[in-house]
Ligand binder design. Structure first.
Ligand code: FES
Length: 99
């Protein structure tokens, strides 16, 4: 049985796409060398990894929604990259570039 591959792209940057497996945690596979996404706590608390996610991924859980609310991002498509559950191909776009 083969595992599903998910492609993570970073539009607007020079970083090449990454191929990860479905269920992989972005915070464990994205580094300063292979992506423009910065992580702090990696546990959904600090908000450093705020990005816009284009693609079909599950909605944020209660803990992530709470942090997005505190950051006044609850009504935007912004997500915490460290909390995203990878289920398909996604584009990660920085919030500052969109707002
Ligand atoms: S790295 Fe802290 S919220 Fe994602």
């Amino acid at each position: 049985m083969s595992e599903k591959t998910c492609v993570v792209r970073f539009p607007g940057t020079d970083y090449p796409p990454l191929e990860l497996k479905a269920g992989d945690k972005l915070s464990e596979h994205l580094t300063a060398q292979n992506s423009p996404v910065l992580f702090g706590c990696r546990t959904g608390i600090c908000g450093t990894c705020l990005v816009l996610v284009e693609g079909d991924i599950p909605p944020p859980g209660e803990d992530e929604r709470e942090i997005l609310y505190v950051m006044e991002m609850e009504n935007t498509p912004a997500r915490l990259a460290c909390m995203v559950e990878l289920t398909g191909d996604i584009n990660l776009v920085f919030v500052e570039e969109q707002m």
